[in-house]
Design a protein around this ligand. Structure first.
Ligand SMILES: CC(C)(COP(=O)(O)OP(=O)(O)OC[C@H]1O[C@@H](n2cnc3c(N)ncnc32)[C@H](O)[C@@H]1OP(=O)(O)O)[C@@H](O)C(=O)NCCC(=O)NCCS
Length: 157
């Protein structure tokens, strides 16, 4: 099990009792996010479905998407971690992060990402990817602060 610490955060696997936080993250997503990543008209994914994915979905071979627990408050405010990428060479991973709206703008995504990138470096990763829509100014700013290099995809996918 991977757990990482920063000044303000503990990054560690999700617990089933935190399913509601995941549902809130889904519910708060910008309408410009593709539909398959938003709650659909039938209310899916439901709390039960998300709980099941926490129960069964912890990857063992990589870091996955870790819950961000604030060390002082003990609450979970979002996630940060690595997912499989279809870009670059085989096995290269993609950095991903998302915070509940009320906790944005306080440097948490940048702080968490730095810990994930340190972990990646020490685990032998040579390059990480991140995919971001043009309109996502906050995410683009985080990636710039982290030192990512922009590659424009002219196809827009
Ligand atoms: C992207 C996200 C994780 C950033 O989290 P965060 O903890 O607020 O990020 P940080 O505080 O570390 O940094 C945000 C930076 O963006 C800037 N920013 C935020 N909104 C902005 C806006 N609308 N215009 C310009 N800059 C903006 C902040 O000022 C800050 O930069 P600064 O440190 O130079 O002032 C958060 O906005 C989020 O959850 N968004 C929805 C999910 C998402 O887009 N995930 C990434 C998918 S690619």
């Amino acid at each position: 099990m991977v757990a990482l610490e920063t000044d303000r955060l503990l990054l560690r696997p999700w617990r089933v009792e935190e399913t509601a936080v995941q549902r809130d993250l889904w519910a708060e997503r910008d309408p410009r996010v593709p539909p398959h990543r938003r709650i659909d008209a039938g209310g899916h994914p439901t709390l039960a479905e998300l709980e099941e994915s926490i129960r069964t979905g912890q990857p063992s071979s990589s870091i996955g998407l870790l819950a961000l627990e604030r060390r002082a408050e003990g609450d979970v405010i979002g996630y940060c971690g690595l997912i499989e990428s279809d870009r670059g060479a085989a096995g290269e991973a993609e950095l991903a992060f998302e915070l509940l709206r009320r906790h944005r703008g306080q440097g948490y995504a940048t702080e968490a990402s730095r810990a994930v990138m340190d972990w990646a470096r020490s685990s032998g990763h040579e390059r990480l990817w991140a995919t971001v829509w043009d309109w996502n100014t906050a995410s683009r700013r985080v990636l710039a602060k982290l030192g990512f290099t922009e590659i424009v995809n002219v196809k827009g996918d």
